[in-house]
Design a protein around this ligand. Structure first.
Ligand SMILES: Nc1ncnc2c1ncn2[C@@H]1O[C@H](COP(=O)(O)OP(=O)(O)OP(=O)(O)O)[C@@H](O)[C@H]1O
Ligand SMILES: [Mg+2]
Length: 198
């Protein structure tokens, strides 16, 4: 397959999976999200972590808010990704409170309001949660199609583990890959913890 064919294939899969994911009821999403987060809170990587980097969920994504709240309650560091219009790279900003510091950012995803931006290096955390629409058991993923997280994972400090949160329905046999795609270390669904790179 050419790069262009891979890109078309990725786009079709994203659209297909978003439709499927959107068909779940609010109750289903909440129950499965709780099951996913409960497993995350017991991962040794998480338990040992001084802090995490985590996006705030949108639409029918796995609800990451309980994870962010639990982490703040344990007084671990929480970093949230920030994307500035026109930039090809994102950066991370520390938050202390989920309720008051955030507002919709460039892509409508919640991120720190300008007055609450405190850039912090990923060196200070031990687990980074990466958003994704489609996943496979080797940790490959389709995100929003801008390559932001491929760049982040590629440059991740050695000690930081990368993890995806997904509903079982979002797992497929093999995600189409191009030269820039980088897999995550762990994928957690409502019924499984998949360790991708042994
Ligand atoms: N490190 C990189 N350097 C240059 N181009 C890149 C890099 N990473 C990704 N790209 C390009 O960015 C575009 C989007 O990549 P891709 O479709 O893999 O996005 P994605 O993984 O779904 O998005 P994201 O990582 O933002 O969630 C592709 O054209 C890809 O080739
Ligand atoms: Mg990619």
């Amino acid at each position: 397959m050419t790069e262009a064919q891979i890109a078309v294939e990725k786009e079709n899969l994203r659209r297909y999976m978003l439709r499927l994911r959107d068909r779940q009821s609010v109750g289903e999403i909440e129950q499965k999200s709780q099951d996913i987060i409960d497993q995350v809170l017991h991962l040794h990587e998480y338990v040992r972590a001084r802090g995490i980097a985590c996006y705030v969920n949108k639409d029918s994504e796995v609800n990451t808010r309980p994870l962010i709240r639990a982490t703040l309650d344990q007084e671990k560091r929480v970093l949230i990704p920030v994307v500035k219009k026109g930039d090809i790279e994102l950066f991370y900003s520390e938050i202390k409170d989920l309720g008051s510091e955030l507002a919709p950012g460039t892509f409508g995803i919640l991120e720190p309001k300008p007055e609450n931006v405190h850039p912090v290096s990923l060196d200070t955390v031990d687990v980074m949660f990466v958003p994704g629409i489609v996943w496979d058991r080797e940790g490959y993923r389709l995100g929003w199609g801008r390559g932001y997280f491929d760049r982040v994972i590629k440059n991740l400090p050695q000690h930081v583990r990368s993890a995806g949160l997904a509903f079982n329905m979002q797992l497929i046999g093999k995600v189409p890959r191009d030269q820039f795609d980088v897999p995550v270390d762990i994928v957690v669904t409502e019924s499984r913890v998949i360790r991708c790179r042994q």
